[in-house]
Design a protein around this ligand. Structure first.
Ligand code: ACO
Length: 382
């Protein structure tokens, strides 16, 4: 049998999977824009909820639009008691990403959203998902630590409320700004693995909770969202600035991957890594001795520049996000869920975009298996 002649591109690298107007990356120049606005400007001037609106609806909201969107989100931050009970029954050693994926999938049973072509259904699903994900993440952390969940405080900003639900205290202004910027910086990133996942599942007209739950599962892998946890583990293992060079050189010799380094698209330093590095400096500027992890990271970056620039490998967003989150007291296991709390805005925007001109994803394959094989009875098999 003759097979079709076709070339398989591993990882679909460089193959456009959709037309999109949500975000733009120039990997050579290190540019990232959401709806045409630079990520640096948004991280400095905007808020996560404004950015979520921008991504979802394609424009910055007018004051009244922003107020309505913010009020709608704020009103939906609570979890149903039955969802809380379900979370209490999940294993304590489960990863928060597993909790998040399961609970988001279960939300689809409480908020039916099968009619995905209905504009109201789409709007309220997006609102509920953005509103409830921080509550799910904070509740998961409280339950895993044996503490009672804390109800959302709707007088606080979106980012401050998340911190409050974790620690039962209001964050200082810098911590609040950093958490909010962290969500902005993670909110979208063109056709990455989890966004592709969201678009593929969305293309089947599955409901938005299924779409987002699939995307969360895709993000959980260590080559995607999980890398920021690995960076902190690696920096802790290196332990001191002077160990950075020999440790990294050894890893490179052994062809081990340095976590938080390299990117399919960026062939220069990730602009989000630059923003987070500058937040890290603000955070550490008043702390003596505690900036050790930042010093180690910056030394690792120097070695990576010396040794891997020829391969165009530079720090990505995960390289500095873990350091910053750790310093503001966020447990390591929550790094990727926080990524998801921001990225849900992008996933939903891509889902909405997909539905506008939907065609179910059904790629081809290059068959490399056998044909015309005999069915051998089990007793004769070896
Ligand atoms: N450390 C050392 N070498 C690396 C690294 C790294 N982190 N990343 C890539 N390389 C090397 C590879 O060994 C390979 O070398 P070779 O050509 O000599 O075999 C070459 O660079 C190309 O690497 P690929 O893995 O083919 O690049 P790809 O574009 O497929 O992978 C990825 C990109 C997955 C991000 C990769 O760089 C990686 O695994 N990095 C570490 C994990 C990480 O930080 N992930 C977070 C990505 S950002 C995000 O998802 C938010």
């Amino acid at each position: 049998m003759e097979e079709k002649q076709m070339e398989v591109v591993p990882g679909l690298a460089g193959i456009p999977a959709a037309e999109s107007a949500v975000s733009y990356v120039d990997g050579e120049k290190g540019i990232l824009e959401y709806r045409g606005i630079s990520i640096e400007t948004l991280a400095e001037k905007s808020t996560f909820l404004e950015v979520a609106y921008l991504l979802l609806f394609g424009k910055l909201p007018a004051e009244s639009e922003y107020k309505k969107f913010k009020d709608d989100i704020t009103y939906h931050t609570r979890l149903k008691v039955k969802i809380l009970r379900m979370m209490e029954l999940l294993p304590e050693n489960g990863h928060p990403m597993e909790y998040l994926q399961s609970v988001v999938a279960a939300m689809g049973m409480y908020y039916p959203a099968k009619d995905v072509m209905n504009e109201e259904t789409r709007y309220w699903s997006a609102v509920r998902l953005i509103a409830k994900m921080p509550t799910i993440v904070a509740t998961c952390e409280r339950l895993k630590s044996g503490d009672a969940p804390i109800q959302p405080n709707n007088n606080l900003s979106f980012a401050a409320n998340f911190y409050y639900m974790l620690f039962e205290k209001v964050p200082d202004a810098l911590t609040e700004k950093i958490l909010d910027a962290m969500l902005i910086l993670h909110a979208d990133h063109t056709m990455n693995a989890s966004t592709f996942s969201a678009r593929v599942v969305g293309s089947t007209l599955a409901d938005p909770y299924t779409v987002i739950s699939s995307a969360i599962g895709t993000l959980s892998g260590p080559l995607h969202g999980g890398a920021n946890e690995e960076v902190v583990h690696m920096l802790k293992e290196i332990g001191a600035k002077e160990n950075a060079r020999p440790s990294i050189e050894r890893m490179i010799e052994k062809h081990e991957k340095i976590m938080g380094v390299g990117h399919r698209v960026y062939k220069t330093k990730d602009p989000r890594a630059k923003c987070l590095q500058s937040f890290a400096h603000k955070l550490f500027q008043n702390t003596t001795g505690k900036g050790k992890i930042l010093e180690i990271a910056e030394e690792v970056e120097k070695v990576v520049n010396d040794k891997l620039a020829s391969k165009k490998l530079y720090p990505n967003i995960d390289f500095y996000s873990g350091i910053v989150l750790q310093e503001i007291g966020i447990p390591t296991e929550l790094f990727t869920p926080i990524f998801a709390m921001g990225r849900v805005a992008g996933w939903l925007s891509h889902w909405l975009e997909q539905l506008k001109t939907n065609k179910i994803y059904r790629p081809d394959q290059k068959y490399t298996g056998l044909h015309n094989q005999e069915y051998v009875p089990m007793s004769e098999r070896r």
